[in-house]
Every structure is written in structure tokens, then in C-alpha cells.
Ligand binder design. Sequence first.
Ligand SMILES: [Zn+2]
Length: 79
Amino acid sequence: MGLEPGTTRVYRCAVCGADTPHRICHRKDDRYAIACTNCHGGALVGGNELLLYQVKWEEELRQILEQLADAEEDDKPRT
Ligand SMILES: [Zn+2]
């Protein structure tokens, strides 16, 4: 699963409102106690929520990087 205590997952922090890495502090069944690495705000989330958010975030990041790569292509002088 890769949701071991001590690892971090990107999640929307309810306290500072940003997508930040959250350290997984504690696991009980499929509930995870996580703490924002930015403001140290805590949250309790389900394992699926955590994994889905990570996948969604990585997909968004991939799209952003692709758009940046495309923009760089356009900047190159035409030969
Ligand atoms: Zn936070």
C-alpha cells in the first residue's frame, strides 16, 4: 500500500488550505492520522482518500509539466 507511518503523502490541508505533504503518524484499520508538514495541523482520513488524492495530484502535476514542456517547445526558434 505504501501508506506506512513515517512516510508522507500529498493531501489538502484543512488548516492552511494548501496541497502539502502530510506525514502519516498513525494508522488504525483504514483510518490514518496525518499531520501537515507545513503548519503541523492534524487530520484523520481514510486510506482510499489519501491514495486517490495522491493519484489525482500526480496527474495534475504531470499535466502541468507537459504544458510547461509544450511552452518551451514554442519558445524555440523555428528552423
Ligand atoms: Zn497545513
